[in-house]
Each structure stands twice: as C-alpha cells, then as structure tokens.
Design a binder for this molecule. Structure first.
Ligand code: ADP
Ligand code: ZN
Ligand code: ZN
Length: 826
C-alpha cells in the first residue's frame, strides 16, 4: 500500500457501470488521479475483453478487490462531479426499492451523451458548420473519417486514431458540436407561434380595396393574394394563417412577404400553446386567487409546515395550476429550485406556455425524448443552479436531474399510471421516487389531481399526507351535466345510427348548430379491433404474439399493437378461403368515419397514437382544434390529459364498458378517473357542458359514481375491495415476470419459482399465470404476483426473493429464463 507522509493514499475506486451488474466494479487509480477524483465524476474504463464503458465513480478507497485483479481506468472524463451525493443516495434507494441494479438506474438517469461506450454509434452533426482549424489533430481524424462513412462505432473510431482512449476525444467533439450520437427520434419543445395575416387597416373598406386592386394590376400574383384573402375573410371569422393563404392563392411565401413589407398586409402572431383567457394576455403578474383557491393554498402551506406530503384535490378546471404558481413563485424567491412533474410532456405545451408567461426564462424543460444536446445543457444548468433552470418541468426522467437546492416538488395529475416506468428497469413510479427525492432535500411536496389515486387518498385518510381541496370550478362554471345512455336498449329498439345512440346524435346536432365543439372518446385506436371470417369464424392472429391483429382502414392493413407486425388486408380468409370477411368491434378510426358520414358538414379530426406519431403530431392536432379548424375531435385517452379547450360543449363517450371490463384490480378506479377527466374537458367556460356516456351497463356502480361526481363513494367501495382481496394500498405487490422462447422451459421454471415462493410466503403468492397476451415477440410470458402484507418487512421479502432467484439461476435449464421484477406494479 502506498503511503505518503503517513497518510494512506486511496488507490482504488468503485465504479458504477451502466449495465445490469449486481455490484460496482473496482478499478485502480494512480496517485495523480486520486488527487483529482471525486464521487460523481465519470471515468472511461475497460470492461470484459474489449469493451469500454463510461462509468460513474461511486467511492474512493484503498481496499483491493478480493476475487479479481483491479484494472486501471483509461481516463477521467470530468473536471467536477456531474452527479451529486444526494443523487447517488436517491439512485441507491431506487435500485434497492425497485429491485434492479444501480447500473440500470445510472443508465436510465444520465443523458446518453454522458455515457459513451464502445458500442455507441456516432454521426456527423450536419447542423453546424465546422471550422476545421479549431480541431485538434486526433479530432480532425475523426471528423474526416465521418466524411467518408456516415456512422462509426466508437470501437472503429478507436482503430482509426490508433488509441484506446477515445471517449475524451468524442466528448470534446460532442461539445464542439462536430458529432452527434445516434439515438431514437426526439421531439423538441418550442413554444409555438402561428403566423396569421390580415388586410392592413387602411384597405378594409370596399372602395379602398378596389383602389388597391387597381394599383396591383401589374402584379397579378400580389393581386391574387389580396383577392384570396378577401374571400377567406368573407367565408369565416377565424384568423387566417399564412400557410392557408399561400395555399388558397396558389402563390409563395415570398409574394405574401412583399405585400407585408409594403404594408398592404399585416402580420400577427398568436401563441398557440395557450388560448388567451379573458384578461390581459400580456400581463405576466400571477393571477389573484379566488377564495377557494386561497383557502386551499392556506391549507397546503400549513400542511407543509408540518413537513407533510400534501394532496391537492381540485375538480377539473378549478384552477389548481394557479395555486401551484403561487407556491412556485415563493420558492423561486427564496432562490430554491422547483421540480414540476407531469405525466406526459408532449400533451402539455398548453401548460408550459402558461407557466412561461409567469416565469419566462427561468423554466427548463426536460424530457427523455428531447435531443441529447439539450438534455445535457439542462443537466449542466441544474447542476450549476443557474437562474435559467430554476423551475424544471418534465416527465418522469426529470427527477434524475442534479438538483442541489430543491425547495418544492409538484406532481401534477398524480393519479396517472404513466408515471410508472414499465420497461426497461428501473421500473420506478416517478411520483413515489420524487417524494423520496423531496424528502432527501427536505423540500415541500405537493401532489395534485381532480381524481386522486386510491393510494394517495388512503395516505390522506390515514394521516400520512396532508390535504387541501377545491370543490368548485373557477369562475363558478358549473360541472358538466352527465347522462348515461343505455345502448343495449337502444340497439334493441333499433335506435342506433352505427355506434351513435339517438341521444348522442341529437346532442351533437345541437352542439354543432350552436357553433360549439365536440370531443368523442373511444378507448381504442384503429378501425375495428378484429377482422372475422363470417364463414368459419377465423380471426387473423399475429405470428409473433398471442393476440389478434387489428384492422387499420387508413393503411388497409392488419397490425399487431404489441410488436408492430403488419400485413396487407387479406381478400379471403386465411383459414377457409371464404371472401366473406367482416370487422368486429370498433376503434377511433371507424368512429371518425361514421361521424363524417353522419355530419358531412362538420370538420372531424382524430387524436390517437396513429395520428400523433410525427415530430409535432400532438401539437398540430391540438392547435387545429384550439383554432376551431375542427368541429369534432375523436380520440383515445390522450384526450383526457389536462387539456384546456375553451369551446367544447359536448363530450361523448362511445362505450364505457371496454374500460370497466379490463382485467385488472384497478379497472374500476381507472374508469372513474378516465371518464371524470374526459368529462372535465366539457364546458370550461360560461356555458354548462354536457357529457353523454354510452354503455351496456347503465346501472353499473362506477358509472353512477362518475355521473354524480361521487369520488368518496368510489374510494370507499374500491378500498373495501382492495382490503378484501389484499391489494394495494392495503398491501404492496411485487410482480415477477418470466420470459422465455420455449414454452415448456418457461412453464417449468415459473412453477419452480412459484413453489419456492410459496414455501416462504404461503398463500400470498398468486400464479404463475399467463397474461392476457401470453406471447410477445416470440417470447412466452408468465406472471407471479406476491402480495406483501404491511406487517411484513418489504426489505426482508425482497431479500428472500433474491435468495430464491439465486438457487433458481443455479439450475442450468433455468439460466436462460429472464426474471423481471416490478415492485408496486400497476
Ligand atoms: P385545473 O388545472 O384545476 O383543471 P386550470 O388551472 O386549468 O384548472 O384553470 C382553469 C381555467 O381557469 C384556466 O383557463 C385558468 O386560466 C382560469 N383560472 C384559474 N384560476 C384563475 C384565477 N385565479 N384568475 C383568473 N383565471 C383563473
Ligand atoms: Zn405481434
Ligand atoms: Zn374462414
């Protein structure tokens, strides 16, 4: 051991590699490196025969590893820690609670640009002009190589420049914007401004217009634009977009621009992130709260004073956001950081626009789908506690950021299940993990929802969480009027037009007549879920998964929603050759088509995974609906998420039963939440909105609770059932999934595991069972669910499960079976 003036020098470090290893790996370091290294810095290290990884320094010590000889690190990658100690603590908690490795957490937490490794693919950054003189020799070599070959593996780069340690060079090239690393498509958030045009004020009278047109006789294109604009303005009151005018006058942007330059046309912009409210849109002061909001704010603060996580339950459109805004304001004034978590960022451009009005530059947005460069930038800004990243808004991955002065955590729409990461590990619940993070920072924590999850409300009832509520919509707007329509009865009496009951049809007619908009909710995309042979009853199945293919009319295809497999629509039955094929069930696409048939005058749009795939897919549809270019919007549950439309007076739910019948202990809770949320989109301004829910079970308890806004009733009943069947929140559950390509191996393995679990935990173990879709991508699946009683230690239970897994993996035949844990599975 090296000693230096009696002080023992640390000459080893533990490094967390971003791969599923049970333990961190020990490497040896030089004295020089020891003087520079700190936990939370990155190092490039060799691993296995030829791999290079970026790892994170966990600790520095002088204990050599016992069973292997420590290798040397290749190089230091940072001058200062990019991950702080609180993060490391938090990530250790995530790994241990959600039963995964710390490496998996690191991989999920750090932007991929921070984790270059030998397998990373690099490309030239074509968005920047590179000044070759600014490149060092070895950097230039890489740059040059990328002129000849568009993609290089890090390993190949290593061969080109004849060096092992290429990660620092690539890191520099990333910083100089010479290269980018290959990753999935990303979306970028931009507050969107739509450009509109109108005729300049002095030309609006008929005479002036005539004069103007005369003066333009030598410029036929320009005069065409003016005429088109005049016609468009005559047709509708809506603002006219530049793109619209361009299309209808059959000219170019340049012609329009020249008219703008001459002052004949006037340009103006409307921020489409948000529809302006009836106030001064340029006023960046936060709004004054009404008495209900004020009372909620007081309750929240006093609960914060007790150090409690607090739940704010406020009906849809009660103005929860404005309450958050007050809390954010106070926190920022103290110089502390705020984390604002949302279930899905793509759907919340509206909200971001609103917050930007108040907090402007201080907002940073963080989302795993953003481009790496931006993510790294936000990371650095948060790390350095820069003013421009004081309020971080993001989806679940934002809770990984290097906060050091976090003062407030807000989890909006806390009931949303998309806060739970499903694949890959860590399978964390961002709400719960953010609460732990908040505690580590001693920050205030607020959860908000109109329809809180049963578990959060339970925590309120048991005194663990504080509580505040707002029971009225802002501006005394009434809650929408809800009506259940029995479609069984309607079908019997032949009072259905396709999938529309007479009631719904009439309401739609009425609403359109009034010039208001309609939302139709159907919980399935595609045209019809199934195609069925009328002769033999055969339904085409996915060859890779145990599930029927879904019919998509738009592409004329059958598609698998699990693996993406698709085939052209068959003309005859695969099984018997009969041409009599029919579709069964219905999805958004078919509803859209039926609506167009029933209301040929109306403009109909659709919002589901299929129509929102593109880069700005969501925004385009939401904007079109906001701008009232569409009268009717048909959509899946994407529609439910916090959208604030001003002119929607009717919400129609096509069929509530598919939600109720979902095989899951949360199906009823979810149905309540979904229907209440989608109903909340109706009548958010003065006029009372209407909601029509079509169902085969109009007497179903949950539907009654939805129509009477009886959250308490729903909660009490659901909690009773959870208690009866020992589900959360009364117990915790851990779901274990087994995956293997061989059916027999899988069955045997799952049985073995279940047997061992039963010996330990008795009848709290359910399964193994096949999930509804028992084979996906040619892998068979089986589940076991373990209900962990509150009296038992969760940590002990997990340790026992791990022990069982060890013996399991010792059986040669089971070694290739994948075992996946999902703690608090939802
Ligand atoms: P929630 O998030 O509870 O559904 P929002 O925060 O979206 O409700 O508020 C609904 C509407 O009421 C928004 O258009 C918002 O601008 C408006 N609003 C809420 N509170 C106020 C207030 N105190 N002053 C003025 N307008 C408000
Ligand atoms: Zn499939
Ligand atoms: Zn057939």
């Amino acid at each position: 051991m090296d000693t230096c003036g009696g002080i023992t020098m640390a000459n080893f470090i533990n490094v967390i590699l971003p791969i599923p290893l049970e333990k961190s790996f020990t490497y040896s370091i030089t004295e020089e490196e020891a003087a520079l290294l700190q936990p939370g810095m990155r190092v490039a290290v060799p691993f296995g025969k030829s791999k290079i990884y970026t790892g994170l320094v966990q600790s520095i010590h002088n204990n050599p590893p016992e069973v292997y000889e420590a290798k040397e690190i290749h190089e230091l990658l940072d001058d200062y820690p990019i991950v702080n100690l609180t993060q490391l603590k938090h990530w250790e908690w995530i790994a241990s609670y959600y039963m995964c490795t710390l490496g998996e957490v690191v991989r999920s937490a750090l932007p991929s640009a921070f984790l270059l490794e030998s397998e990373t693919l690099v490309l030239r950054n074509t968005e920047y002009e590179i000044d070759e003189n600014e490149l060092l020799d070895d950097e230039f070599l890489v740059f040059e190589a990328l002129q000849h070959q568009s993609i290089l593996k890090v390993q190949e780069v290593s061969a080109i420049i004849e060096r092992k340690n290429v990660l620092p060079i690539l890191q520099r090239l990333l910083e100089k914007k010479v290269i980018v690393i290959k990753e999935e498509v990303y979306e970028q958030y931009k507050p969107k401004l739509v450009r509109f045009v109108k005729l300049g004020a002095e030309h609006t009278t008929d005479e002036k217009l005539e004069e103007l047109l005369k003066s333009l006789t030598r410029a036929p294109k320009q005069s065409q634009v003016v005429l088109s604009l005049f016609q468009l303005q005559g047709k509708s009151q809506n603002p006219i977009k530049v793109s619209e005018l361009e299309a209808s006058s059959n000219t170019s942007k340049a012609v329009i621009k020249s008219l703008v330059d001459k002052g004949i046309l006037e340009e103006y912009f409307i921020k489409t992130d948000r529809v302006s409210y009836d106030g001064d849109p340029d006023n960046s002061d936060t709004k004054e709260l009404n008495e209900y909001q004020e009372a909620a704010l007081v309750d929240i603060k006093s609960s914060f004073d007790e150090g409690k996580v607090t739940l704010l339950k406020g009906v849809t459109s009660s103005g929860k956001t404005e309450v958050y805004v007050k809390l954010i304001e106070e926190c920022l004034e103290k110089g502390l950081q705020v984390l604002y978590l949302l279930p899905e960022i793509a759907l919340t451009t509206q909200l971001i626009g609103r917050l930007q009005e108040y907090f402007g530059e201080r907002i940073a947005i963080y989302h795993s789908k953003y481009n790496v460069q931006e993510r790294v930038e936000v990371w650095q800004n948060v790390l350095q506690a820069k003013p421009k990243a004081q309020l971080v808004i993001g989806a679940r991955s934002a809770m990984y950021l290097p906060f050091n002065r976090l003062g407030l955590v807000i989890v909006d729409e806390e009931h949303e299940s998309s806060f739970k990461q499903f694949d890959p590990a860590p399978r964390y619940h961002a709400r719960d993990a953010a609460i732990v993070l908040g505690h580590l920072h001693k920050a205030n924590i607020l959860l908000g929802s109109a329809t809180p999850s049963v578990e959060s409300y339970y925590n309120v009832q048991t005194g663990k969480y504080g509580y505040a509520e707002i029971t009225r919509r802002y501006g005394n707007v009434l809650m929408p009027e809800m009506e259940l329509v029995d479609i069984k009865e309607a079908s019997r009496k032949r009072k259905m037009k396709g999938h529309f009951s007479e009631r719904l049809f009439m309401e739609m007619e009425e609403t359109l007549k009034e010039g208001a908009q309609i939302i139709l909710f159907q919980n399935r995309r595609g045209f019809a879920p199934l195609m069925e042979c009328l002769t033999c009853g055969h339904t085409p199945q996915c060859p890779n998964c145990d599930v029927s293919l879904t019919y998509h009319q738009y592409r004329n295809q059958l598609r698998c929603h699990y693996c993406g497999h698709h085939t052209a629509l068959p003309e005859i039955c695969f099984a018997c050759g009969s041409p009599d094929l029919d579709t069964k069930g219905f999805g958004t696409e078919q509803i859209e088509k039926e609506v167009s048939g029933l209301f040929p005058e109306a403009k109909v749009g659709r919002m589901d995974l299929d129509t929102t795939r593109g880069k700005h897919g969501y925004e385009k549809i939401i904007t079109a609906f906001e701008q009232q270019e569409l009268d009717i919007l048909v959509g899946t549950q994407m529609l439910t998420k916090g959208l604030d439309f001003r002119n929607v007076n009717l919400v129609g739910v096509m069929n509530a039963d598919s939600l109720l019948n979902f095989p899951d202990y949360r199906a009823h809770e979810r149905t309540y939440q979904l229907l209440t949320q989608v109903s909340g989109r109706a009548g958010r301004t003065k006029k009372r909105g209407r909601v029509v829910i079509q169902t085969y079970n109009p007497y179903h308890q949950i539907l009654k609770q939805v129509t009477t806004s009886d959250y308490e009733g729903m909660y009490t009943e659901q909690l009773y059932e959870r208690e009866q069947f020992k589900y959360p929140p009364v117990n915790r559950i851990i779901k274990v999934t087994f995956k293997h390509k061989n059916y027999n191996v899988l069955n045997e393995a799952a049985d073995w595991f279940a047997g061992a679990l039963r010996t330990n935990f008795g009848d709290t173990v359910l399964g193994p069972e096949y999930p509804p879709v028992a084979r996906i991508r040619n892998q068979y699946l089986k589940h076991i669910v373990i209900k962990v009683r509150k009296v038992h230690s969760l940590a002990q239970t997990k340790a026992n499960i791990r022990r069982i897994e060890k013996s399991f993996k010792a059986v040669a035949m089971y070694r290739s079976v994948r075992v996946i844990y999902n703690v608090d599975h939802i």
